[in-house]
Design a protein around this ligand. Structure first.
Ligand SMILES: Nc1ncnc2c1ncn2[C@@H]1O[C@H](COP(=O)(O)OP(=O)(O)O)[C@@H](O)[C@H]1O
Ligand SMILES: [Mg+2]
Length: 268
């Protein structure tokens, strides 16, 4: 379903180079629950961002159902410094609106534009994202937060046409994560665990082929973290493919498969 092949990612900060991934190959099969572990600063988030098209590697390719996600290496544009992945990750989570990979990006060839468009579409409609700090929009209520990714990329007409269906899906998801009675609450009226449940419902609203979760339990006490993890397991048993970054060993051993990153390579 997804194959990341020989991924090399180096962050460039001024004149200094920080190699983070040095030839990582990972394959995710439909229905799997894969965890990614490793030391803090070891490149787990970077790998997740590359696999989900939030960040662009210098070398290597990601295939989603055998379709390339990135431009050929020679013409690839790499985001500089910190503005790449982090900002973008946050914007995806909140409004689902992707920023261009780089501000200065000028894609000339139609083929390249096609690939970039496809990558944006994959992020919006094929992937769901859950982050450590939820990234909910504070001024919107729970139901509205969950509906946001479903509004992105649709015309007003399309949105109105599908509104009922989408809203009933959002309500159903919120029931499923145990928040059926909190639809009109604002994020700041919820506990951390409840906020993460909203984020999970939001990540599922477009029915993603893969749910990516970056330390989804990292900001929660261990018991609440366990509840969230159990919810992810339940979703996986119902068929959802999940890739989760965690540094909680207890949780990672319960995944179908655990990928361990050491010095930018897989420890096998
Ligand atoms: N956008 C970025 N720009 C520059 N350096 C980054 C960026 N993102 C991460 N890094 C650096 O790359 C290394 C790996 O980061 P990360 O993938 O976030 O690790 P982990 O998630 O395993 O803690 C860290 O040293 C981090 O500071
Ligand atoms: Mg991280």
């Amino acid at each position: 379903m997804l194959r990341a092949e020989n991924i090399h990612k180096t962050y460039i900060l001024g004149r200094s180079l920080l190699p983070v991934l040095r030839g990582v190959t990972v394959e995710i099969k439909r229905g799997e629950f894969v965890s990614i572990t490793g030391a803090s600063g070891g490149g787990k988030s970077t790998l997740l961002h590359v696999m989900s098209g939030l960040d662009v590697p210098q070398r290597g390719q990601v295939y989603v159902n055998n379709v390339e996600m990135f431009e050929p290496e020679g013409v690839r544009r790499i985001p500089e410094g910190r503005e790449g992945s982090f900002v973008e990750a946050a914007s995806i989570a909140t409004a689902g609106v992707p920023r261009a990979a780089t501000k200065s990006a000028k894609v000339s060839s139609p083929d390249l534009r096609l690939i970039e468009g496809r990558r944006n579409a994959m992020r919006n409609t094929s992937f769901g994202f859950v982050f450590q700090f939820y990234h909910l929009l504070p001024e919107f209520d729970v139901l509205e937060n969950v509906l946001l990714p479903a509004m992105v990329g649709r015309s007003a007409g399309q949105w109105l046409e599908n509104r009922r269906l989408t809203e009933s899906r959002a309500r159903e998801l919120l029931l499923r994560v145990g928040l059926g009675d909190r639809l009109r609450h604002r994020p700041n009226e919820l506990s951390g665990g409840e906020r993460q449940r909203v984020a999970i419902a939001r990540a599922l609203v477009n029915n993603p082929t893969i749910l990516f979760a970056d330390e989804p339990t990292g900001n929660l006490d261990s018991r609440t973290g366990r509840d969230i993890f159990n919810l992810l397991k339940e979703l996986n048993r119902a068929g959802q493919t999940i890739v989760m970054v965690t540094h909680d060993r207890e949780l990672s051993v319960e995944a179908d498969r655990s990928i361990h990153l050491v010095d930018g390579r897989l420890d096998v």
